[in-house]
Design a protein around this ligand. Structure first.
Ligand SMILES: NC(=O)c1ccc[n+]([C@@H]2O[C@H](COP(=O)([O-])OP(=O)(O)OC[C@H]3O[C@@H](n4cnc5c(N)ncnc54)[C@H](O)[C@@H]3O)[C@@H](O)[C@H]2O)c1
Length: 251
């Protein structure tokens, strides 16, 4: 407890799944949290749950594809809590089920705009504030799809591979200003994004064969790694790409 006391964190896609678990964990550890996402009806319950547990939280609805929303999220964070210490780039969409030559331009562009350009815009808006705060932490929620190949996942995998490269470059650019940047690469986690696969009993059995720890992960197991990377327990850790995947990529 209190590993993030005094810190202010902005978490994109914080209304559901892994982002929600990170918001709740961060709040339990003493951080004030701002959750962003497209749907206010998903964000408000997260804020209320945190407030009921005597935490501090704010919801800012909008899409990471709009520069105005991204700037407003950072501005509202400063107005509400005075500073920004941690950015978690978690918002993303999945895009699975087609081999590469069947992916149309609109799908490709949307996945790039949210998963990759959205992360870039949010990071660009946050970094000056992290510098003003005397340093901070950026935690990127990537995927094992950025580390190894999966069939029918080319657009999604391309964004996550790029996210890992981006993470390393940001670690280089801002280490001198005290900003650390790391990425977490979850394997299959029980969230709305994975719902379709999790409900398909035949496919899921085959998928789990590849996991030495033969189960899917929980959002909270990812959130615990995010706490570590956001906290002062990891002050010598930057540019790291961390699989949290039940051993999937240990093969
Ligand atoms: N669930 C898994 O198996 C798994 C595995 C590896 C990585 N991930 C990654 O974890 C992260 C969280 O995903 P999740 O599994 O919790 O699924 P999820 O669908 O519950 O979460 C994604 C969140 O991003 C938000 N979002 C989507 N588009 C947005 C936009 N344009 N602007 C703002 N917010 C937007 C959604 O509203 C949602 O809250 C993603 O980056 C995902 O790629 C998930």
């Amino acid at each position: 407890m209190n590993r993030l006391a005094g810190k202010v964190a902005l978490i994109t896609g914080g209304g559901t799944g892994i982002g929600q678990a990170i918001a709740e964990r961060f709040a339990k550890e003493g951080a004030a949290v701002v959750v962003t996402g497209r749907r206010k009806d998903k964000l408000d319950p997260v804020v209320h749950a945190i407030e009921r547990n005597h935490g501090r939280a704010l919801a800012v609805a909008g899409t990471v594809t709009e520069e105005a929303h991204v700037r407003s999220a950072v501005e509202q964070t400063l107005r509400a809590f005075g500073t920004l210490n941690v950015l978690v780039n978690n918002a993303a969409i999945g895009s699975f089920g087609k081999v590469m030559h069947e992916i149309d331009d609109a799908t490709w562009d949307e996945v790039m705009a949210i998963n990759l350009t959205g992360m870039f815009r949010m990071t660009r808006a946050a970094v000056p504030e992290l510098i003003r705060a005397g340093g901070g932490a950026i935690v990127n929620i990537s995927s094992v799809g950025g580390l190894i190949g999966f069939p029918m996942s080319a657009a999604y995998g391309a964004t996550k591979g790029a996210m890992n490269a981006f993470t390393r470059c940001i670690a280089m650019d801002y280490a001198a200003q005290g900003i650390r940047c790391n990425a977490i690469c979850p394997g299959l986690v029980e969230t709305p994004m994975a719902e379709g696969l999790l409900q398909d009993e035949t496919r899921i059995a085959g998928v789990l064969d590849a996991y030495p720890i033969r189960r899917v992960g929980t959002p909270d197991e990812v959130a615990l790694q995010a706490v570590y990377l956001a906290s002062d327990e990891s002050t010598w850790v930057t540019g790291g790409i961390f699989p949290i995947d039940g051993g999937l990529t240990a093969h």
